[in-house]
Design a protein around this ligand. Structure first.
Ligand code: ADP
Length: 297
């Protein structure tokens, strides 16, 4: 049996900046362990580094993970055949994929009950459309909710501005926040007066991949930075928020690097453990705050 006691993440600069992921996520009582299979296409340094973090997280909690690295020009059929032949309990394909591959067809070749990234239409539909409480959540949105929960941020009725509407982050996150009874404004590339939507918000969540997009927030606002881009200095990763200014206005702010990124890996581990528990007929961990949100709509 194993547990996630070693699994701590630095998420912010409010003094108490460690989120202990244990208890609720404990994988104790597991008398056997799941196995994760990761498919990586090509050798982009960013993708490799994300994959390495996932492999390391598995190693930390003694979960077996296997990496399949395909060449950049692998054919669609070959990749799909491989995915269909995998006997792992959780399967993920590292994104982005080269343009000659059909991302959705590849995601949908993963059996939905093994879809640890929670990107298969079956899973997204039951969670985001029907509001079913299930054993998995899309990892980055789950990470944002986990951080808000840890800091006891109540989103009910609050004005939340989400910047970005991507399939991976902005869109699912905005729907999950609505299910939690937040009042959500979604901004994107074509949004006029973005600064106004930001200033108006009690909670700003930025997932645009655009440095210094968030330059000022309302005094006391909560700011979650999901952006990742290259900074001016080579090799430096920066978020969407101009942290030097905004940290003096916000009551809670997550840093980049750190913050949402590492928590996302943790949510992947939670999905994997939950998938495994479900398969074994054990009760799964379900984010308790979600249940009162999914009430009537
Ligand atoms: P991710 O998958 O991390 O969310 P994407 O690059 O797929 O990143 O999506 C970026 C999102 O951010 C898009 O929905 C886009 O409309 C939004 N976005 C990009 N630039 C801006 C901007 N300058 N202002 C507002 N939204 C933006």
């Amino acid at each position: 049996s194993i547990n996630m006691d070693k699994y701590h993440y630095d998420v912010g600069d409010r003094g108490d900046n460690i989120i202990p992921i244990r208890g609720e996520n404990a994988i104790s009582n597991m008398n056997s362990l799941p196995k994760l299979g990761i498919c990586l296409v090509g050798d982009s340094p960013a993708s490799k580094s994300y994959v390495n973090r996932k492999l390391k997280a598995c190693q930390e909690i003694n979960i077996d993970a296997e990496l399949f690295n395909f060449s950049e020009n692998v054919e669609q059929d070959q990749l799909i055949k491989h995915i269909q032949s995998m006997n792992h309990d959780g399967i993920l394909v590292q994104l982005p994929l080269p343009l000659h591959l059909n991302k959705l067809d590849i995601i949908h070749s993963i059996p939905y009950e093994k879809d640890v990234d929670c990107l298969h239409m079956h899973n997204l539909q039951r969670i985001l459309v029907y509001g079913e409480l299930c054993e998995m959540l899309p990892c980055t949105p789950a990470a944002v909710l986990q951080i808000l929960d840890y800091y006891d941020v109540n989103v009910i009725g609050k004005k939340v501005t989400v910047i970005g509407r991507s399939f991976l982050v902005g869109l699912p996150l905005s729907l999950l926040l609505q299910k939690r009874n937040a009042t959500v404004t979604v901004c994107h590339r074509e949004t006029l007066n973005l600064d106004q939507h930001i200033m108006n918000a009690d909670i700003v969540i930025s997932a645009a991949g655009h440095p210094k997009l968030v330059r000022n927030v309302k005094q006391g606002a909560i700011v979650i930075d999901v952006g990742i881009s290259q900074g001016e200095k080579k090799g430096r990763i920066v978020g969407d928020v101009d942290i030097d200014v905004v940290k003096n206005q916000a009551s809670l702010i997550t840093p980049v690097p750190g913050g949402v990124g590492p928590m996302t890996v943790c949510m992947l581990m939670r999905n994997l453990c939950n998938i495994w528990k479900k398969k074994q007929g054990q009760p799964v961990y379900i984010n308790p705050k979600l249940s009162d949100a999914y009430l009537n709509d």
